[in-house]
Design a protein around this ligand. Structure first.
Ligand code: KG4
Ligand code: ZN
Length: 342
């Protein structure tokens, strides 16, 4: 019954999230419970801690999302859940909750891809005519480019060969002594710094393909901040507030240059008239500015996910509506997949 909304669940990493989305794609509620405080002292997500926190939070988050939307099980048309990619133990909590609700309420189950959902966050803000498009998902776990003829069958056309962009922000923040999660704190420190103060590489940027690397850039920041073990005699400026700001600004500028440069390659390769951008790093202001400049220059329509739907959330799993409209429901014995589904 497509006059009734879908309840969507997302638990792939360290956010426990639920949302209720109507058939016209309006978001009736979107609740996100972040575990950042639990993982902060480890400087990254600890899978075992993440799964256990999901177990604690999943039902309160679901209840809050349903209360806020003013719906009960009888008012829903389907249960959607992110089944891939992500941490297996985390995914299993959301998937088990979704299967249970689908079985008990007699509703169909819909499996959603987390990365295509990140791109679908753009659809929630910009409307259905954003497809066909070229897509970039830039998050803590992924830096992927897609050719998207439609919302469901987006094809992966390139990705990082090592760290994801968000992971590089998180690692650079850690080595500069900035708080977790690193993206927002690097962005804040960078505001007081000079992006040209520290010369840093733009690895693989001038290659005509979509391969990209962030691990070498992160190492260059480490050497600039703490000294290079290969040339221990070279002087290193003290890591005071000004130097930290300059390193943050220079790293951010290099990362943005690389991402924007590869978006230009992806736009040329796909020939699509629109660029969709989603994922946590899409919240970065310097990246938004760089992408705006690129798309103005190439006369491409730029659709960046709204701020509240950049980091992980369940509203973006409203992608389930597209899958429902294709009649592609998931069986109650469906499994989770940790890796990319192409
Ligand atoms: O999409 P997301 O919530 O989780 C994954 O699917 O990975 O992305 C989280 C990532 C983290 O690495 C975080 O540091 C980064 O997004 N991030 C940012 C900003 N806000 C979040 N990176 C750069 N600038 C930001 N403002
Ligand atoms: Zn994500």
């Amino acid at each position: 019954d497509s006059s009734k909304p879908i309840l969507a669940i997302e638990s792939s990493c360290d956010e426990t999230a639920a949302a209720v989305i109507a058939a016209d794609r309006s978001v009736l509620s979107s609740v996100v419970s972040t575990q950042a405080a639990l993982h902060e002292r480890f400087g990254g997500v600890v899978p075992e801690i993440a799964s256990r926190a999901h177990v604690e939070r999943i039902l309160p988050v679901l209840k809050e999302a349903m209360d806020e939307a003013g719906v009960t099980g009888a008012d829903l048309s389907a249960i959607a859940v992110v089944t891939h990619p992500g941490l297996v133990g985390s995914l299993l909590v959301g998937v088990t909750a979704a299967k249970t609700l689908a079985a008990v309420w007699g509703l169909p189950l819909v499996a959603v891809d987390h990365l295509r959902a990140h791109l679908y966050a753009c659809r929630l803000a910009f409307g259905e005519d954003i497809f066909p498009a070229c897509g970039l998902v830039v998050s803590g776990g992924h830096t992927n480019w897609y050719d998207c003829p439609d919302p469901v069958r987006s094809k992966l056309i390139g990705s990082t060969i090592d760290d994801a962009a968000g992971e590089a922000f998180d690692k650079v923040a850690r080595l500069l002594g900035l708080p977790y999660p690193g993206g927002p704190s690097v962005q804040q420190a960078a505001m007081k710094g000079d992006p040209e103060a520290v010369p840093l590489p733009r690895p693989m940027m001038n290659r005509p393909d979509l391969a990209v690397s962030f691990s070498g850039l992160k190492t260059a920041v480490r050497y600039a901040a703490l000294g290079n073990p290969n040339s221990p005699e070279a002087p290193v400026p003290p890591l005071d507030e000004g130097r930290i700001a300059d390193l943050a600004a220079s790293f951010q500028a290099a990362a943005v240059d690389v991402i924007v440069g590869k978006c230009e390659v992806a736009l040329k390769q796909t020939g699509r008239p629109t660029l969709l951008v989603g994922g946590g790093v899409a919240a970065n202001r310097a990246l938004r500015e760089g992408l705006t400049e690129l798309c103005n220059r190439r006369q491409v329509r730029l659709c960046i996910a709204p701020m509240e739907y950049c980091v992980d959330n369940a509203a973006m799993a409203g992608l389930a509506w597209e899958i429902v409209e294709r009649g592609e429901f998931a069986p109650l014995d469906c499994d989770v997949t940790p890796g990319l589904v192409r």
